[in-house]
Ligand binder design. Structure first.
Ligand SMILES: Nc1ncnc2c1ncn2[C@@H]1O[C@H](COP(=O)(O)OP(=O)(O)OP(=O)(O)O)[C@@H](O)[C@H]1O
Ligand SMILES: [Mg+2]
Length: 258
């Protein structure tokens, strides 16, 4: 593991016309670290993830990323081909809506196998074997391998999305509200699963959630956003147990009261 950050964002901003998506966001994330981004609806969380994953171009600021060869590069100076390569190999992106993160007309096994093929695996037997292994790891019955995700429950789809994203051993995974819209009991199992895999694989994760319990369970550090700005960041336990900002205090107390 390196002392250098895996990713550094500095003064990152995105305007949608006159409207602020996010502004002056700066942070570092290291390998093996889980960073939670929390804040109310419209605070800029998804905008930030889309900037970090280069889906959106920033209006200001920059993002530096340490590539597998150890060289730190400015993400927006990469070529399109280099960016696509990162998305296929180094990164995962677990979407809030599984329909955006899965190919709904491709079998469960195909959804996992496709990512392996994208990194060069060509051997059918190995692809199928690895897909079976990953379905098991995310607790999907292996006899569902040839079924389409459209026949899966919401929780199963999210687990399949996680398998599809982690099968290539990415170094950094973005997650946008991966558990929202699921039953509480399904949520809890999914979170346990994610926590186990993240720890075992030593992944860096940037997870967006409006649920402080999710942040508490999964993250080492937390960043609180409001109106597009980071208003507080620090170690998760410190921020949640002893928030400095009035707004964070309100967030924490409203959860406790709920
Ligand atoms: N494509 C867009 N065009 C114009 N404004 C946008 C666009 N996407 C987001 N915004 C605005 O940017 C701000 C931040 O939105 P964003 O989706 O990042 O918030 P969020 O924290 O992810 O909210 P939620 O919790 O509801 O998903 C909001 O004011 C939103 O209306
Ligand atoms: Mg959002």
């Amino acid at each position: 593991m390196s002392e250098l950050p895996l990713l550094s964002a500095r003064d990152l901003g995105k305007l949608y016309g006159p409207r602020i998506g996010c502004e002056a966001v700066s942070f570092d994330i290291h390998e093996g670290e889980v960073l939670a981004v929390v804040g109310e609806s419209g605070s800029g969380k998804s905008t930030l993830l889309k900037l970090l994953s280069t889906e959106l171009a920033p209006t200001s600021g920059n993002i530096r990323y340490r590539m597998r060869d150890g060289v730190t590069r400015d993400l927006f100076a990469l070529t399109e081909a280099e960016r696509r390569f990162l998305l296929r190999t180094d990164w995962g992106f677990v979407r809030q809506d599984a329909r955006e993160g899965l190919r709904m007309s491709v079998s469960a096994g195909g959804n996992v196998g496709e990512r392996l093929m994208a990194v060069g695996e060509r051997h059918y037997g190995r692809i199928r074997g690895t897909a079976l292994d990953w379905l098991g790891r995310v607790e999907i019955d292996t006899d569902r391998i040839d079924d389409l995700p459209r026949d899966f429950s919401g929780g199963m789809r999210q687990r399949l999305q996680i398998a599809r994203n982690l099968v290539t051993h990415p170094r950094l995974v973005f997650m946008d509200e991966p558990t929202s819209g699921l039953d509480v009991s399904v949520q809890a199992r999914l979170l346990d699963l994610v926590r186990g895999l993240v720890a075992e694989m030593g992944l860096a994760v940037i997870i967006v959630t409006h649920d402080l319990a999710v942040a508490r369970l999964l993250s080492h550090r937390i960043m609180v956003m409001r109106h597009g700005h980071v208003i507080e960041q620090g170690l998760t336990d410190q921020v949640l147990d002893d928030p400095r900002e009035a707004y964070t205090q309100l967030l924490v107390s409203s959860v406790l009261a709920a």
